[in-house]
Design a protein around this ligand. Structure first.
Ligand code: NAI
Ligand code: MG
Length: 367
């Protein structure tokens, strides 16, 4: 059988810097765990614009649709700020999400013990936190019609429409239940069924899908209460599923419970391909960080943890994903810090490359 395939799109700014560290990790798994990948690399975002005049070449799009998983760094930067909207770097990312139909966005919020002091919340509220927010990514109010700014009488009206079909809710819900089955069999669905018809339908469909997963303990919560509960007692949750708009806000809120942007991975999953694997793209939550680009200051952990998600969700290598996450945890426990993680006095930051080397060394030590 041929190796699983990975398309790496480093992108712009610190994207190539953090991706170089992921490469070290990928090489390690090939050498030491007999887990080799067929890796190809291509351009996205500003880098693609510079080479081809478009933020994503058709050939790259075609490759992305063929491979088992895409790993993306970041796109954008000041150099591209004045480009026409149609060729902005972000459009490359949006095209990937749209054409791969990645409807389920997984955003973990996990607190590493060594970084619990970083949270804006009290340490005991976040220590040991490990939750996952599943955000519906391809529908809802960001896409619904009608939309626009219209004249109405003698003033203007801005309109966006929250619209969800049953099948859109169902596929997002199913992916959340599947995830819950692999974790602690606990799922909380969030909407505003008290004031929104789309929320009533959301709750109805999620409940119906739940009948196929009798082992999963399903609860429902209004999203505003969900926001309160996330900062009051986040450890009450395991998997949360919600729509595009609420998910955008709740996942950013949950992310900050755990500290630095340089630590946050994500996965975006779509329908299963012929080989049973979901269409998938993995990327750090952070952007291209132009303020620190080229200085060796970027924290590669978000991107490395995104690869750990790929191991778990695309390649069925949960134990190896655990190994990689444990290596990251060990390095942090040893006090190794990139500049974004500095809090304690007297700690000298390591570079992007040194952090990657330390994680590879911790992987070696795990054997
Ligand atoms: P950003 O995430 O790039 O940076 C925000 C702050 O966090 C900066 O101070 C940066 O230095 C720091 N930071 C981010 N990642 C870090 C890491 N791995 N290690 C250490 N520090 C890190 O967001 P910003 O500044 O709003 O956007 C910069 C560019 O990135 C813009 O062009 C924006 O459009 C783009 N962007 C791209 C995203 C993507 O590719 N998915 C997501 C967000 C922004
Ligand atoms: Mg956001």
């Amino acid at each position: 059988m041929s190796n699983p395939s990975l398309l790496i799109l480093p992108g712009d700014g610190i994207g190539p810097e953090v991706m170089a560290e992921v490469r070290k990790v990928i090489t390690w798994f090939g050498d030491k765990r007999d887990l080799a990948f067929d890796v190809s690399e291509d351009l996205v975002g500003g880098a693609a614009y510079d080479a081809h005049g478009v933020p994503l070449h058709d050939d790259t799009m075609a490759k992305a649709l063929e491979v088992d998983a895409v790993l993306l760094g970041a796109v954008g930067g000041p150099k591209y700020d004045d480009l026409d909207f149609s060729v902005k770097p972000e459009r490359g990312l949006l095209r990937l999400r749209k054409e791969m139909d990645l409807y389920s966005n997984l955003r973990p919020a996990q607190c590493f013990d060594a970084l619990a002091d970083f949270s804006s919340l009290k340490k005991d509220i976040v220590a040991g936190l490990d939750i996952m927010i599943v955000r519906e990514l391809t529908s809802g109010v960001y896409f619904g019609e009608p939309r626009g700014i219209f004249e109405e009488g003698n003033e203007r009206v801005g309109i966006n429409t929250q619209r969800y079909t049953e099948s859109e809710i169902e596929r997002a819900a199913r992916s959340a239940f599947e995830l819950a089955m692999r974790r602690n069999k606990k799922l909380c669905s969030m909407e505003k069924a008290n004031v929104m018809e789309s929320g009533i339908l959301w709750r109805e469909v999620v409940t119906r899908v739940g009948a196929d997963y009798p082992e999963v303990e399903l609860s429902h919560m209004y999203a505003d209460n969900g926001a309160m509960q996330l900062v009051r007692a986040p450890k009450q949750f395991d998997v949360i599923v919600t729509d595009n708009l609420f998910g955008d806000i709740l996942s950013d809120c949950a992310a900050m419970l755990t500290g630095s942007l340089g630590m946050l991975p994500s996965a975006s999953l779509g329908a299963p391909m012929d080989n049973g694997r979901p269409k998938a793209m993995y990327e750090p939550v952070h952007g291209s960080a132009p303020d620190i680009t080229g200085q060796g200051k970027a924290n590669p952990i978000a991107c490395i943890l995104s690869f750990a998600m790929a191991l778990r969700y695309s390649f069925d290598q949960g134990a190896e994903a655990d190994r990689l996450e444990a290596a990251v945890e060990q390095v942090l426990a040893d006090g190794v810090r990139t500049a974004d993680l500095l809090g304690e006095e007297g700690v000298t930051p390591v570079s992007t490359g040194e952090m990657g080397d330390c994680i590879v060394a911790a992987l070696d030590a795990s054997l």
